[in-house]
Design a binder for this molecule. Structure first.
Ligand code: SF4
Length: 270
């Protein structure tokens, strides 16, 4: 079984084009949707408008998967975060020193969801599925972060490509296929988002930015009741609304080469 872990971002969309045009052998793409209320709306739009129709046109199966509870209902990451009375903090919120806290979102809403599908379709420790991951040369260090599950054999078609592909190459492959380049894919509230991405969100999508501020407030109101320190969605040890100014006004200390937007193309899968 050859499947590709599709994240809806640049690298995995380039892989979709490579598969659709017979340059790599992945007939099945799996998109673990962490929630329609959690994924960046622009990613979901791209999925519906471009990725699914393109895949269908080229005979590629693109399955959208969701986390389903035992009672059959769907659970979303935003739903888990905001459930009344919840103490759960599954996303990598930034602690007062700016470091990300531990997270369970990737494991619960992506790895297990995809693993369940793979096992239901025959993957096992004896017959592991080959799972393509969309990591490009400019983020090669992420390969080492990824622990393989017993039922899978990870493979990196963009790195195995001759020559290995960079993000820029991926963009060219997508454009050459007549598709627009997708936006970065990650939850709209992900604390791994870069300051520049938050600044663009504040400028271009103020309602979404306001929702992220409200979520941060909710998490901290709950922590306050429990007597715990506040946590933040950025590394600046202050609320999003004051840490991030709109548009191009970058914060002191912002490093444009910082590449920690970990969920682009399911890289938070690592
Ligand atoms: S994008 Fe961020 S918040 Fe969403 S699943 Fe990945 S690490 Fe968690």
């Amino acid at each position: 079984m050859n499947v590709f872990s599709y994240g809806g971002g640049v690298q995995s969309t380039a892989a979709l084009v490579l598969a659709a045009t017979g340059r790599i052998d992945f007939p099945v793409f799996l998109f673990a949707n962490v929630g329609d209320d959690s994924e960046d709306p622009a990613t979901l739009d791209y999925l519906e408008q471009y990725a699914k129709p393109y895949a269908a046109l080229h005979g590629i199966q693109l399955h959208e998967l969701h986390r389903v509870r035992r009672d059959g209902t769907r659970e979303t990451l935003y739903g888990r975060l905001t459930r009344p009375g919840s103490r759960s903090l599954p996303i990598p919120v930034r602690m007062s020193n700016g470091a990300p806290g531990t997270r369970s979102c990737t494991a619960d809403f992506k790895i297990r969801v995809i693993g369940k599908w793979l096992k239901a379709h025959g993957a096992s420790a004896d017959t592991p599925a080959t799972v393509g991951i969309g990591i490009s040369l400019d983020e090669i260090e992420r390969v080492n972060n990824r622990r393989a599950m017993p039922y899978e054999q990870p493979t990196y078609p963009l790195l195995d490509h001759d020559p290995p592909l960079r993000r820029h190459d991926c963009q060219q492959i997508i454009r050459a296929a007549g598709l627009p380049v997708p936006p970065k894919s990650a939850c709209w509230f992900c604390p791994f988002r870069r300051p520049s991405t938050w600044a663009e969100t504040r400028r271009d999508r103020p309602e979404l930015f306001a929702r992220a501020c409200a979520l941060e407030d909710l998490l901290n109101a709950r922590r306050g009741v429990l007597g715990k320190d506040p946590v933040y969605l950025t590394r600046f040890n202050q609320p999003l609304a004051t840490a991030i100014t709109a548009a191009q006004h970058m914060l002191p200390g912002f490093d444009p080469t910082d590449n920690d937007a970990l969920c682009d193309n399911r890289a938070c899968f690592t």
